[in-house]
Design a protein around this ligand. Structure first.
Ligand code: SF4
Ligand code: SF4
Length: 92
C-alpha cells in the first residue's frame, strides 16, 4: 500500500541547468532528468509525482536559486478514540 505523500516539489525547467545533483541526492529517488531539453539545451530535472517526503534535500543541493520549490504537506488529523464515560464526563 502506498504511503500518503508528505511533500511535493515543483521544478522550473527554465531555471534548471540539468546538473543532476538533486536527482542523485533525493533519498526516495523520486526525481529524474527529463528526456527533453529546456531552453538551455539541457535535460531538466522532473518530479516523478510520488514518494516525495518534503525533506528539502534537493532544494539545498540545487545550485540554481528558484529552480526547485518544496512543499510540505500537513499531516492528516489523528483519530481520537474516547470511551462513552469520557464523552459523558462534564467539561472542566
Ligand atoms: S524534498 Fe526530498 S524527497 Fe522530495 S524530491 Fe526533494 S529530495 Fe526528494
Ligand atoms: S540540482 Fe537544480 S539545476 Fe541541478 S538538475 Fe536539479 S533542479 Fe536542475
Amino acid at each position: 500500500m502506498a504511503s500518503q505523500a508528505r511533500g511535493k516539489v515543483t521544478i522550473d525547467i527554465n531555471e534548471c541547468k540539468g546538473c543532476g545533483l538533486c536527482v542523485a541526492a533525493c533519498p526516495p529517488k523520486c526525481l529524474e532528468l527529463e528526456d527533453g531539453l529546456n531552453s538551455y539545451g539541457v535535460h531538466p530535472a522532473h518530479y516523478l509525482g510520488v514518494d516525495c517526503t518534503g525533506c528539502g534535500i534537493c532544494f539545498y543541493t540545487c545550485p540554481e536559486p528558484g529552480a526547485i520549490t518544496v512543499y510540505r504537506m500537513s499531516p492528516p488529523p489523528k483519530a481520537v478514540i474516547t470511551t462513552t464515560e469520557e464523552r459523558n464526563a462534564p467539561a472542566h
